[in-house]
Write a protein that binds this ligand. Structure first.
Ligand code: HEM
Length: 223
């Protein structure tokens, strides 16, 4: 996992911090949520001393998830939150070559439409989860009809986010080998970048903004 000379920088330290803050809180919320929702997952409360504590962990993790979501939206909305037409539509038509063989997959920027869909699902339904969760926790004097709507909305958000997260973890590890490096070390190989985000790679090179591992050191040594 240690970056090697010639690797390309794809994420900075703040992005990685926000990613793992978001990812860890999101996974805890999913597990504790499942533990409360289904009898067959009630056992998840046992190590915490019961379902009451499971609920406490869920609610307070929600409070930690909210700022992570805020920073995630701030960092990624430009690159992962806006579809670029017609390129993205062309990519969607061939499912990015993920489902059947495609000779020439249309080029994408930093994030492909699948990743954009994931980001948007997390952003939109994440906000919905935080809002509905807070209203259920602190109904204050809100109309009871409104508060009751928060329960099915919260469950709907879970139904959307959970499968997306499973696919994201699969693609980030086994599905597209070399991706996890981006979010653990900040660096990816050139061949990975050429395949996964060729448009971004070209743009960065043209603008002279590409950071390559080991190159600065070399310059410093020569200087
Ligand atoms: C636990 C295993 C996980 C792994 C290995 C993983 C891996 C990755 C990787 C490699 C990227 C960067 C992709 C790139 O630069 O091309 C990324 C981005 C991202 N991850 Fe994760 N991730 C994990 C969990 C999660 C979870 C649970 C969430 C929940 C919200 C999440 C949310 C995001 C978001 C919003 C992005 C940025 C935009 C996008 O790719 O759509 N990740 N992740």
């Amino acid at each position: 996992m240690i970056p090697k000379k010639g690797m390309i920088k794809s994420t900075d330290a703040f992005e990685r911090l926000v990613h793992w803050w978001l990812a860890i809180t999101c996974i805890i919320l999913i597990l504790t949520g499942l533990g409360m929702m289904f009898h067959s997952f009630n056992f998840l409360g046992t190590p915490l001393g019961g379902l009451k504590n499971l609920k406490l962990v869920h609610n307070f993790t929600g409070l930690l998830f909210a700022p992570a979501l805020f920073f995630a939206i701030l960092i990624w909305w430009r690159e992962a939150g806006v579809f670029k037409m017609p390129e993205d539509l062309e990519w969607i038509k061939v499912a990015g070559g993920y489902l059947w063989h495609v000779d020439d997959v249309p080029e994408t920027g930093k994030y492909n439409p699948g990743q954009k869909a994931f980001f948007l699902a997390v952003a939109i339904f994440g906000i919905l989860m935080v809002a509905s969760g807070l209203i259920m926790w602190f109904p204050l004097s809100l109309p009871s009809g409104l508060v009751q709507w928060m329960y099915p909305l919260h469950a709907l958000g879970m139904l959307v986010i959970f499968p997306f997260v499973l696919v994201h973890i699969y693609l980030g590890t086994i599905g597209v080998p070399g991706s996890a490096r981006a979010i653990f070390t900040g660096y990816v190989t050139r061949s990975w970048a050429e395949k996964q985000c060729p448009g971004w790679l070209k743009e960065m090179e043209e603008e002279g903004r590409l950071e390559i591992y080991g190159e600065e050191k070399e310059e410093a040594a020569h200087g």
